[in-house]
Design a binder for this molecule. Structure first.
Ligand code: SF4
Length: 362
């Protein structure tokens, strides 16, 4: 039986090989990893793609391509979201045409009332998320707020609705929840509209996603073939889930002590990292003798996903394996790195907040 991935679910995917073969994803080639100069490629955080070849070619030949991603504004941003923006910034530096969607309508219609009871709540999160995105380096022109998007975008999402049937929705997603159906139509428009002549015109595009977003990608590629417009099939690259600070969890807004939020106080950061799950041994003596296990350690993984210096990261890995460093010291290093980053980030957020408010509420 074919597996179904729920884009709104929190299920961890254990058998990636099965997903690769069932859904026709390709492994991210070594050649790409070597030439795309960002830690997500060097450190195997991006592990697969669907149709990325054309975008790669454009990057190699210094030609423009579409860089599209977004966030459903249903909570505050944590370090998992930061990674998505880091990748978006990387493609921006490669000369992309940028479309970062701050998706407030999507968040409201696809989330239960217990989470987002009114559109205004999603808009409040949109201000916070947008301020984070701007502070992380996105420019005003790289971003759009979904509820304030051009009329042409909404017209297009209605056009899309005629090219997908309820049976297809049911087959892909396993339900026909009307809120989620309308959120999907907007997501398809998010990915495809940059190729309309009113925006950039036909051009290869890339969207960085986690594997559970793949149903959207398959649906949107299918739709692109059915439209009367001539469009390139959008491509996607797949990112490993950033693990949370607690054992066996991905970093998620719903488990606050497992995630480091961009708005966390320095005190909260310290507490969370001090209580994080590590690959350390039971006693100091054992750790000195046998070394720790950085592969399963959430502290090391946090550094792997965000600490920019490859050499220092390798040194920490080696020192852990050989018992040269203990978890306390290693955690202090991580606390300092995250705190220094957040101190600067939160100052920038304060500066851009008025602009974020204006972009969301006018
Ligand atoms: Fe993790 Fe560092 Fe402890 Fe090794 S020394 S298990 S990397 S916290």
């Amino acid at each position: 039986m074919e597996s179904r991935i729920d884009p709104w679910g929190a299920v961890e995917i254990k058998d990636y090989e099965k997903v690769f073969s069932e859904f026709g994803l390709k492994r991210f080639p070594e050649e790409y990893k070597k030439s795309l100069d960002h830690l997500v490629f060097r450190r195997n955080i991006v592990y697969a793609h669907r149709g990325f070849e054309k975008v790669y070619e454009r990057i190699a030949n210094k030609k423009p391509f579409i860089n599209m991603t977004g966030i459903a504004t249903s909570g505050y941003m944590h370090f998992g979201h930061k990674l998505i923006i880091d990748i978006f910034n990387f493609f921006k530096e490669c000369g992309a045409k940028n479309f970062f969607g701050v998706c407030d309508i999507d968040a409201y219609v696809s989330r239960p009332d217990s989470k987002i009871p009114a559109l205004i709540e999603a808009k409040k999160y949109a201000v916070s998320n947008l301020a984070d995105a701007l502070a992380l380096g996105l420019g005003r022109k790289d971003v759009y707020v979904q509820s304030r998007k051009e009329q042409r975008y909404y017209e297009f999402s209605f056009e899309l609705s005629k090219k997908i049937t309820s049976a297809t929705f049911q087959a892909i997603y396993g339900h026909l929840d009307l809120g989620k159906v309308s959120a999907n139509l907007l997501q398809y428009a998010d990915i495809l509209h940059p190729q309309l002549k009113e925006f950039c015109g036909k051009m290869p595009s890339v969207t960085a996603i986690a594997i559970e977003q793949d149903p959207h990608m398959r649906a949107v590629r299918d739709l692109a073939k059915k439209l009367s417009y001539s469009l390139e099939l959008p491509s996607s690259i797949y990112i490993t889930h950033q693990p949370g600070l607690k054992k066996g969890m991905k970093m998620s807004s719903s488990v606050a002590e497992s995630a480091i939020f961009l708005m966390d106080s320095l005190e909260a950061v310290e507490n969370k990292i001090k209580n994080a799950f590590t690959g350390g041994r039971d006693t100091v003596d054992e750790q000195r003798r046998l070394g720790g296990n950085p592969e399963i350690c959430s502290v090391h993984t946090l550094l792997k996903f965000h600490y920019p210096d490859d050499k220092k990261l390798e040194e920490l890995y080696h020192d852990c394996k050989t018992g040269k460093i203990l978890c306390g010291e290693c955690k202090q290093f991580c606390i300092k790195f995250v705190s220094d980053f957040l101190r600067k980030h939160q100052k920038k957020v304060k500066r851009v907040e008025p602009l974020a408010k204006k972009m969301v509420f006018g």
